[in-house]
Structure formats: C-alpha cells, structure tokens
Design a protein around this ligand. Structure first.
Ligand code: COA
Length: 259
C-alpha cells in the first residue's frame, strides 16, 4: 500500500516504520506524503489508540531530509518544501489527538531529529545519535528544529548543537531531556509499546486535552515556525547552500564563500 513505509496495527498501537534503509530513511517527497496519510490513518482508525514512528534497518531512525532533492531548489522551492513538510507531517504529528511516540533506533539527524521532536515524546536505543547538521550544508533546520530543540533542551545547548552541527549520543540526549529513556537497541520497540500500553488504558478525551494543553504551554513565539520556513527558503537562493548540498552528494568537504 505504501512505497516507503511499513505500517502495522497490533493491540491498538500503530507502528509506522520509515523504510528506505539504503538511504538511511531520508525524508523525500514520497515519505512526507505517505507519512501524512499514515498519521491521518492513526487519527481516523477507531482500532488505533496510539502510534510509534521508527526507522527500518540497524543504522538510522532518519538521517534527515533527502539532500538529493535540494539541488534543484531555489528560495521559493525551499520555502514550499519546509512549509509542506511542517503542515503535512511535523505539525500534524504534534497536534495529533492520539499520542505518537518516536522510537529512535540510530541516526536522528536534521529532519530526523525534528521528526522525533514533533512526536509527543521520545525513547532512544543505545545506538541513537541526534543532531541538526544543516549548518554543514549552508542551511538551517526547516522542519521546526530551531523552535522545538530550543523548547526541549533550552537556548544554550540548542544554539551549540545547531551552530556546530555536532551529534550527541543517546545518553547525552537523555541528560538534556531530549529523550525520556535510553534502552538497549533490541528492547527499543518493546519499551515504547510498554509505555503506550499504559497510556492506551486512559481516557481518550483526557489524553487529547493533555496533548493540546502541553503543546500550548511549550510554544515560545507562535510565529516561530513560519519565520523558520521563510529563512530556510531564502537560504536556497545562496551559493553556500548550493555548495553544501553538492559537496555532500559528491562526498567532499564544502567550500563556503559567504555568498
Ligand atoms: N539525504 C540523502 N541521502 C542520504 C542522506 C540524506 N540526508 N543521509 C544519508 N544518505 C545516503 C548517502 O548518500 C548514502 O547513499 P549512497 O550509498 O547511494 O552513496 C547512504 O545514504 C548511506 O549513507 P553514508 O553517508 O554512506 O553512511 P555513513 O555511515 O558513512 O554516514 C551519516 C552516515 C548519517 C553521518 C551521513 O550519511 C550523513 O551525514 N548524512 C546526512 C545528514 C544530514 O546532513 N542531514 C540533514 C539534511 S538537511
């Protein structure tokens, strides 16, 4: 049914697995569209009480937006990419009235870290790695990272991670409050299902209100996501962003000129 997702439903829990392991589950146009449909399915299917998002293969949750789709983008295209992703997937997950938890099984970089942060909370395998490496491409996060990372871990550490592009491991992510639990990789799905089994016994009307109200409490600048979309788009009209994506795909170090 889906080209890029595996979706199973068992005991009221829908497990959505992004299934492009050879590209480290990078988010291309098809993944974004299919994730959007899968989240609608979660909210519309009466047999589903909650959901887990995870990645296929041993290496990655999601290694970011698909950089090969960046090459053709200009400012308008970049802005449209960020806006479409935020509307169709990231905000839809955050505002889902059924809980959606990220089970982070490896690299959660760029859009992958952002997708995990859009989920209601996160459980990590010991092999998980988090980061916002867009700066290495001459870019910035465009799927909510500037806002949600700052909300989750505070300004100083969020600044450091986004300005350096450095990765942190699962234990540091837990110390920072980015993930709630770190478990051995082989127990990741069981631990996440165990937490959801508890939540699934509670009243759906209460769950729905808790999600909505905690979301209200955590928002800083209500316009922050839109400002991020605008800035993300504008960067695609720069030489540095073109150089950043080309260098990644050509497996070389970028040479930035500030233009
Ligand atoms: N977009 C497109 N393709 C990606 C990708 C992405 N975000 N991340 C990984 N891939 C592809 C690689 O190009 C490679 O494809 P190939 O086998 O056809 O050459 C494949 O996935 C495996 O990745 P590779 O880089 O060979 O694995 P690695 O173990 O050496 O490195 C990472 C893993 C995650 C450190 C590295 O892939 C990486 O830095 N990815 C990009 C992360 C990023 O900048 N994300 C933010 C995007 S805005």
């Amino acid at each position: 049914m889906y080209q890029t997702l595996l979706v199973t439903i068992e005991n009221g829990i829908c497990v959505i697995t992004i299934n492009r392991p050879d590209k480290l589950n990078a988010l291309n146009k098809t993944v974004i569209e299919e994730l959007s449909a899968a989240i609608d399915e979660v909210n519309n299917n009466a047999d589903v009480k909650s959901a887990i998002v995870t990645g296929a293969g041993p290496k990655a949750f999601i290694a970011g937006a698909d950089i090969s789709e960046f090459i053709v983008l200009n400012g308008e295209g970049g802005k449209a990419l960020a806006k479409k992703g935020q509307d169709l997937v990231f905000n839809k997950i955050e505002n889902s009235f059924k809980p959606i938890i990220a089970a982070v099984n490896g690299f959660a970089l760029g859009g992958g870290c952002e997708l995990a942060m859009a989920c209601h909370f996160r459980v990590a395998g010991e092999n998980a790695k988090f980061g916002q490496p867009e700066v290495n491409l001459g870019l910035i996060p465009g799927y909510g990272g500037t806002q949600r990372l700052t909300q989750l871990i505070g300004k100083g550490k969020a600044m450091e991670l986004m300005l350096t592009g450095n990765m942190i491991d699962a234990h540091e992510a837990k110390q920072l409050g980015l993930v709630n639990y770190v478990v051995p990789a082989e127990n990741l799905l069981d631990k996440t299902k165990e937490l959801l089994a508890v939540i699934n016994t509670k009243a759906p009307v209460a769950i729905k209100n808790i999600i909505a109200l905690v979301n209200i409490a955590s928002v800083g600048d209500a316009d922050g996501l839109q400002k991020e979309i605008d800035a993300f788009g504008e960067l695609f009209d720069t030489a540095d962003a073109k150089e950043g994506a080309s260098a990644f795909l050509e497996k070389r170090k970028p040479v930035f000129t500030g233009k």
